[in-house]
Write a protein that binds this ligand. Structure first.
Ligand code: MN
Length: 738
């Protein structure tokens, strides 16, 4: 099959269809879409309607090939993030770079690879460095097309008889990218110059073989060099398997049918999303802002330009039009800054896309069709579309994850208005703590690690059901914590324990799923640095319909611990922190404790036997907690998911002993307690007009803490529309500004 495809040397003439260059093909495709509103102008889908079985067969064939490529490639990789957690995915693209079909896995990248392919086309790679059979391209530059630096793409062109008929792409998340501090998503530096190894859609191999000078540059620049190089091979192998499957498909159905099919599949994807939006949501405009804080004014480990307290503003607006067009806008977002949480437009598109695939658009035919059925507005100069292309983007997720919770909350309201109650979710929690760091490891080697148990957080409550405990991440619907033993092999930290974290669920009529925690002990290393990464003082994922957010972060670490003495004396040692107000760590171990609510720090030094707590998040809740079934509250207490002393103040549930150390709800006392709580609420209640008037006074006096004031000032400066919106809402004078 390969012989057949290489008969014509593609480097001689244009590689597009019908003698066009690739750039001409892309421009033509975009012009046709603008003119007709259909992908490639397809008003009809002749194969899909005329030969539906053939159509489905081709799709299944290609999708099967992609899933197979992923499963095979998983076993080539040595990197635990790839092998254990499955942080890789593969996709097939049209010559112009639209995804046709994809594998399972971290599908957030399917659209970012599309951006990278289009970048190469627009920048005339066909001419220089050339696009030919057997060429291998690599990209991890988010300004070109990526989420963040750790996600590395391999892209290979697929040729058939001298014509480019598509691209195969694969992506893995690397354990280290050679940034200024160890770990795949290091932060605390000011800008891109600390981000690490940047590969900007480069030609890194020919004739299906990597250029040795490229691999050597990678080995020289990253800490976990073996994993990087093995993952290069993993991605290339997967891409080659995808290419083989395309060849097999063409052998069977013919090139003409294949070409028609890929256009129809994208157009069908576009129509599917429109149909789902029209069916499931109620037209209108929905607003759901989110915030997250960076409490760095006193953190001496971060760069001087980053050393301040600041806030992110993500004023998400979702518009659903009557004809089923979905648009999201972040107009009003505040400015980018000297931290690593800035997002490129490609990352934002990828996030929107991965949220669509888990909500409105959960059919089997998922591809870039959604891109043609939706719009995303990202204000230029803001954190989500920086006007400085040297911003740092190593931990884009820190802003991106909270920002898109507003999308899920907006969808909840849109589903509710339409009556699709079973689709409603109170959104997802953010995926931290992020345990990462590095130094000399337990094999005496320079190393770095990023622990991906963060891919298992509690899920949001649903309309008639609690969230699930510790099982998912917004960026990877197939969450997996990984085996403790695997992480211990990679990281010079032992697990003293891993378990559910009581009180992490967001309360509500239905509560969020419970989060988890792990207690780690630094072991067999002369020293390393560890990050603590979560929100500081802000709840970054709200509940819906009266439900509350899940837990926010805290830090409980012990330096110079007495664990060696405890072990020598065979005394009990802590396995989890448990209830922080009655901490097992404080009770059983001693040393220099760092115990506070600041869970967003740069890289801090740790030595052998130091303890590190990693608390993951629980999902947000839905509905009024006073409406929660009292027996369910007792069950949560008995199951260790809710601390007993919170049953009454949060849920109004009065518990009594039920034997065996278990509790049960006293129904009569609970009813009385809830009635009293409702009465108290009424007494405390303020007329909305009075409340707004009182708050307006504060706004007029600019009576906010400094980071909030700076955030609003920046939003008003970047967007006249948002500034007008803010002034109108608070009835402020036309010249009001911060
Ligand atoms: Mn990643």
């Amino acid at each position: 099959m390969l012989d057949k495809t290489t008969k014509t040397d593609s480097r001689i003439g244009p590689i597009g269809w019908e003698g066009q260059t690739l750039k001409e093909m892309l421009e033509r495709s975009e012009a046709i879409f603008d003119r007709t509103g259909h992908y490639q102008g397809l008003k009809d889908l002749p194969i899909r309607t005329g030969k539906p079985i053939l159509y489905e067969k081709i799709f299944s064939h290609l999708r099967g090939g992609l899933v197979n490529a992923r499963s095979t490639a998983l076993n080539i990789s040595a990197s635990p993030i790839v092998k254990e957690i499955g942080e890789l995915s593969f996709a097939l693209y049209t010559p112009e770079g639209e995804s046709v079909a994809l594998s399972t896995g971290i599908i957030v990248h399917v659209h970012t690879m599309s951006d990278a392919i289009k970048y190469m086309i627009r920048n005339n790679y066909e001419k220089n460095p050339g696009i030919a059979e057997g060429f291998i391209f690599c990209n991890n530059n988010s300004m070109i097309g990526d989420v963040h630096t750790a996600d590395v793409h391999t892209l290979i062109p697929i040729f058939w008889e001298g014509e480019l008929i598509g691209w195969a792409g694969g992506v893995t998340h690397e354990i280290d990218v050679g940034g200024i501090a160890p770990g795949s998503m290091c932060y605390g530096h000011a800008d891109r110059y600390g981000d690490g190894l940047l590969i900007s859609a480069e030609l890194v191999g020919t004739d299906d073989v990597f250029h040795e000078d490229y691999l050597q540059r990678c080995r020289d620049n990253v800490r976990a060099e073996m994993y990087w190089v093995l993952d290069e091979k993993t991605r290339l192998t997967g891409c080659q398997l995808v290419r083989d499957q395309v060849f097999r498909t063409i052998e069977e159905v013919g090139i003409h049918t294949y070409k028609s099919f890929i256009s129809e599949a994208v157009e069908e994807g576009r129509r599917t999303l429109i149909g789902r939006v029209r069916q499931l949501t109620f037209p209108g405009e929905y607003e759901a802002p989110t915030f997250i804080d960076i409490p760095w004014s006193k953190d001496e480990t971060v760069h001087a330009l980053a050393r301040k307290d600041s806030m992110m503003h993500a004023p998400l607006r979702m518009k659903v039009s009557g004809d089923g067009h979905l648009s999201l806008s972040f107009d009003g977002a505040n400015q980018w800054d000297y931290h690593s949480f800035n997002c490129s437009p490609s990352a934002m598109q990828g996030a929107m896309w991965v949220q669509l695939t888990q909500t409105l658009w959960n059919s089997d035919k998922i591809n870039d069709g959604a891109y043609f059925a939706s719009t995303l507005e990202l204000p230029y100069g803001s954190w989500c579309n920086p006007d400085f292309d040297k911003v740092s983007t190593t931990l884009t997720w820190f802003f991106l994850i909270p920002a898109f919770t507003g999308f899920i909350r907006s969808l909840a309201r849109a589903y509710f208005a339409r009556g699709y109650l079973e689709e409603i979710s109170a959104s997802y929690p953010c995926t931290w703590n992020l345990t990462q760091g590095g130094g000399v490891n337990h094999f005496g080697q320079p190393s770095a690690f990023t622990n991906f148990e963060q891919s298992c957080q509690g899920t949001g409550a649903q309309y008639a059901k609690d969230g699930e405990a510790s099982c998912a991440a917004m960026w990877n619907p197939e969450g997996d914590m990984g085996e403790i033993e695997t992480w211990e092999h990679l990281e010079p930290l032992l697990y003293l324990g891993r378990g559910l974290k009581a009180n992490s669920s967001g309360p509500g009529r239905y509560r969020g799923g419970c989060g988890s925690e792990a207690l780690r002990m630094v072991f067999k290393t002369p020293g390393l640095v560890l990050f603590s990464c979560g929100e500081g003082q802000v709840f970054s994922s709200a509940g819906v319909f009266g439900g509350y957010p899940g837990n926010s972060g805290y830090r409980h670490n012990v330096h110079d611990s007495n664990i060696p003495e405890l072990a020598a004396a065979k005394k009990p040692y802590p396995v989890l922190d448990g209830d922080p107000e009655n901490s097992s760590i404080s009770a059983l171990a001693s040393g220099r404790e760092v115990f506070d609510e600041n869970q967003m720090t740069g890289p801090h030094a740790f030595a052998e036997y130091d303890l590190y707590t990693a608390v993951q998040r629980g999902g947000p809740g839905l509905g009024d907690p006073l409406e929660r079934d009292a027996d369910s509250v007792a069950k949560d207490v008995n199951g260790g998911e809710l601390l007993e002393r919170y049953a009454r103040p949060i849920y109004g549930v009065v518990l009594v002993a039920a034997g065996d150390g278990k509790a049960k709800a006293d129904k009569t006392a609970t009813a009385n307690e809830r009635q009293a709580m409702r009465k108290k609420r009424l007494e405390r209640a303020v007329d909305a007009r009075d409340y707004v008037a009182a708050q307006r006074g504060r706004v007029l006096e600019k009576d906010f803490i400094a980071p909030v004031r700076a955030m609003y000032a920046s939003s008003m400066k970047l967007s006249d529309r948002w500034a007008g919106h803010f002034r109108t809402f608070w009835s402020l004078p036309d010249d009001f500004a911060f």
